[in-house]
Design a protein around this ligand. Sequence first.
Ligand code: FE2
Length: 538
Amino acid sequence: MGAAGSAALLAGAANASSARFAAPRLLGDPFSLGVASGDPTPDGVVLWTRLAPDPLAPDGLGGMAHAPVTVDYEIAHDAHFRLIAARGSAVATRELGHSVHPEVHGLMPDRWYFYRFRAGSAISPVGRTRTAPAQGQAVERMRFAFASCQSWSSGHFTAYQHMAAEDLDLVVHLGDYIYEKTFTRGRADAPLAPFPREEAVDLAGYRLLYAQGKSEPALRAAHAAFPWVVTMDDHEVDNNWAGDSPGTGLDIHRLRWLYRRRRAAAFQAMYEHQPLRLAQMPSGPSLRLHRRYTFGDLADLTMLDTRQYRTAQACGDGGLVEDCEDRFATDRTILGAAQRDWLLDGFTRSTARWQIIGNQVAMGQSDYDPGPDIAVGTDGWDGYVADRDAVLGAAARREVDNMVVITGDRHQNCAVDLRGDYSDPRSPVVASEFIGTSISTGRDGADMNDTGRLLLAANPDVKFFNAQRGYVRVELDHRLWRNDFRVVPYIRTPGAPISTRAGFVVEAGVPGVRPAWRPDDPVDAPEDDAALAEPPPR
Ligand SMILES: [Fe+2]
């Protein structure tokens, strides 16, 4: 970008703030962690960056000194910043790791915008973002991708490189953006963060995990290309944590007060590294992540938080159990009463064609016993049957049209029919669930494995399985939800190509998933995918 652009950025920001804090002489690029935007509404987005000229500095401060720094930003209709829509400045302070989260208002609905930041003489990469359509606006179609589970130590984030090149309006992240374990097995090729212990337990440790993840250019590219809506799952804090109960991590941090301190540090680091609005800023060990965004008359996106308000897992730490009566207990919850009421109220009020539920752990029943017994994991909704019954029962009773649950956590691609009542095998299908695989967790993976064979054999409602790495691409209009499982064949080395392993559809008014390759299906298979011609191996 030219000198004229820099001058414009400087001139505009000078009017926007009276108190200015100079950028120090920075040793390195302060925008090394990239830029991001998120949580689009019809009139604006939240922008994000964090100044970190030395992102892996052991103290977690990114190479920044104590002093605050004024960060200017501008948002334009064009990539050359000739037609500026808004300018402003935000103060980056040490308290929040020199991150800024300016919220831009007054934009036009359903439009692309370009944005950038400036600190001192350094100018950030340009990001692109998009506002949501106006309330009730007739929206013909929408495209988004969803992703989860990006263990940096497992391999490259190649999937994001391909996601950044897609034609999308939005990216939804369903959690496990970082993993609390700090080992770096398999990634000796990349800059390693100087972790003092095997898990992050404090602010410096969590900050380093985010900085390490954002050292992947592909992740930065995907953030710069689209607005994101993010939530968290367990590994942003600790494996299988549940509300006030610590997870399965380091013993010394299982003491309640240490766990709360750890959770507060994890939440703060998450906020500092994500495009989250002020409403999502944590207060100690609490933050509000469940929220709803509307895309005209086409879709509501309801983001859930199934970690913070849940009761501890039934019958153990969340592993596989048989004969666990406790998972049916009516006082156990995965959402908490307030979030559950808010979710169900939203169903009743919404007039959108599709109800998209951004969810962390599998909602549909997953039986891992090949025989007549039922063996389920209790960390997912299988361990919280009362809440599942409440949500799917309400979907049936309130005649919620076209509910599609999008889920992460499993490091597998699955297409699943959701039934209103799992105690009655003849109860009707009331909604659909697409479980998206991991970006990198689980290393290269495989198209099929023993778990997949077991799941498909024991669960007639699980219609598809694949355990390669990738993301899910969705295109929806008023008639059809089209779901493409996008996979890469390897991540141990960079540069893998992408392909569509399978396409599934949900037809509006017909709950449940259908493969897109059936001859009577109205959707054409994409030409990049020979696999669509044949059903997947069972
Ligand atoms: Fe995960």
